[in-house]
Design a protein around this ligand. Structure first.
Ligand SMILES: [Zn+2]
Length: 333
């Protein structure tokens, strides 16, 4: 049983709220993980989600003997809070949209809480004590089912008046070739978004098209009809010498280089940290920086491209660091 900690250096709770599961982890002030729990997300019920989160926090505080309200709490969730209205929007847990989720949760938990989206939590986790530790400007990228990004400057998440800083996945793929226009339709209503090329489903669709599989349109879940090749199997096939898979990854790397060059030209980060399932493609870290030079408006590029250190733990870790800032600020954020 972990020792209880003093009020001056409280336990930090980080919550990763997903569509199917809620994960919570507790961290000591030095970042050591004390415990981790996971429950199913209540289906389609706003009040049920608030109640489940409150019960989860209470149970963890009891288990850690920190006393009710004794821990700081941060939460990462898909979507973002509107600064203008305080209402959540853009979450794929749609029952949360249009509701003052952070304020209602703060009331239920009896303390201020911090909330941000999953890409921001990832970037903060890696910037604090992960692959971007010590860097002034960190751009965190999620390459998974979707493509997201978050920016941390001097250890703080860059938010912005619209709450969308770093959200570059729905910009168009820059410097498109003729065969990349107009690009696949995206759920956001546009076509040719970076996400349609660089997400896992985007990679799979590109591969299927190249090898002539029947893959005109993705299914509603984003998977591709007519092929069983996934990002994982494409990566494995390329490593085993499969020429088509190697060509697919080469196209992917060249597109990622273009997309990140755009970010470097605007933000000029010290470090770009990759997360999400596709960050496990080890070859990206050598090949993409070898490709992005021609699109970066500089005679040399010193930005580092690195793999995340905390992997799937970054959601809860980043949320915990966010919550720590909210708990110590104490002013009404
Ligand atoms: Zn889009």
């Amino acid at each position: 049983m972990p020792a209880s900690t003093s009020a001056s250096s409280p336990v930090r709770l980080g919550i990763d709220l997903g569509g199917s599961k809620i994960e919570i982890a507790a961290f000591a002030p030095d970042g050591v993980e004390l415990l981790r729990r996971r429950i199913a997300t209540p289906k389609g019920t706003y009040d049920g989600t608030i109640a489940a989160l409150a019960a989860l926090v209470a149970a963890v505080e009891t288990e850690l003997r920190v006393g009710a309200g004794g821990a700081t709490v941060g939460i990462g969730t898909p979507g973002s809070l509107s600064r203008a209205t305080g209402l959540l929007r853009g979450s794929n847990s749609v029952c949360l949209n249009g509701r003052p989720f952070r304020d209602d949760l703060a009331v239920a938990l009896g303390r201020p809480i911090a909330m941000s989206n999953d890409a921001n939590c990832f970037a903060l986790s890696e910037a604090t004590d992960g692959a971007g530790a010590g860097a002034r400007v960190v751009f965190g990228v999620i390459l998974g089912t979707g493509v997201g990004g978050g920016i941390v400057v001097d250890g703080r998440v860059l938010d912005g008046p619209n709450g969308i800083a770093g959200e570059w996945g729905h910009n168009p793929l820059p410097w498109p070739r003729d065969d990349e226009r107009p690009g696949a339709a995206c759920f956001c209503g546009r076509s040719g978004c970076i996400e349609t090329f660089l997400s896992g489903p985007g990679l799979e669709r590109d591969h299927a098209r190249a090898i002539g599989a029947v893959a005109a349109a993705p299914r509603s879940d984003g998977s591709v009809a007519g092929t069983t090749a996934t990002a994982v199997t494409i990566g494995a096939a390329a490593a085993a010498g499969d020429f088509a898979a190697q060509q697919t990854l080469a196209r992917y790397e060249e597109r990622l280089a273009r997309a990140l060059a755009h970010v470097v030209n605007v933000l000029d980060p010290d470090v770009i940290v990759l997360g999400g399932g596709l960050s496990n493609l080890e070859r990206l870290y050598a090949r993409v920086p070898a490709l992005w030079g021609p699109w970066v408006f500089s005679d040399r590029v010193d930005t580092r491209l690195v793999r995340n250190r905390h992997g799937d733990s970054s959601g809860v870790r980043g949320a915990a660091w966010l919550g720590s800032a909210a708990g110590t600020a104490s002013a009404g954020r």
